[in-house]
Design a protein around this ligand. Sequence first.
Ligand code: COA
Length: 153
Amino acid sequence: MKDIVCRPYIFNDRSACLAIFDSNVPTFFAPEERADFCEFLGGINAEDRPYLVLTRQGSVIACGGLIAMTETRQAVLAWGMVERALHGQGLGTRLTRARLALARTIPNIAVLRLATSQHTRGFYEDFGFIVSKVTPDGFASGLDRWDMTLRLT
Ligand SMILES: CC(C)(COP(=O)(O)OP(=O)(O)OC[C@H]1O[C@@H](n2cnc3c(N)ncnc32)[C@H](O)[C@@H]1OP(=O)(O)O)[C@@H](O)C(=O)NCCC(=O)NCCS
């Protein structure tokens, strides 16, 4: 983990992030979600839509961010993912800790929300997220949607 760098997303990371998305299709993401991810990447900004990448030796290997909605004192964890071949090596934990730390730097955020699938809800439960709603096939056929929340203290 010492060789992993966490830094803000820059425009030149776009194709690497899309490649990470593609590596997680179809188990974790449905192909039809790609257009939404492209649109999201186009709207990243430092204020209310910060996005982070993890790099190793200059290569982007994980990415994930937040959408802050200070008027409702909430933020949404958005588009978090690790290169498929590198799952299970602690990178997701490193990325999630960085996103939680980032959320805590934004004033007036009391609750974090996220929507994930049946495949990764256990990962987020380990961080204290609690399920609020389960929608079978909510993302795509066979890919359920688990809405989860975490109260920041
Ligand atoms: C969720 C994700 C980020 C986890 O990343 P990762 O690098 O594999 O996770 P880590 O290696 O840090 O795992 C940390 C712990 O969580 C556990 N874990 C990992 N994925 C898990 C899962 N899907 N369900 C339950 N536990 C999981 C690991 O076993 C590990 O536990 P341990 O420390 O006791 O061994 C990764 O599976 C991913 O990128 N998925 C595709 C994208 C996705 O579905 N994102 C959802 C939000 S949009």
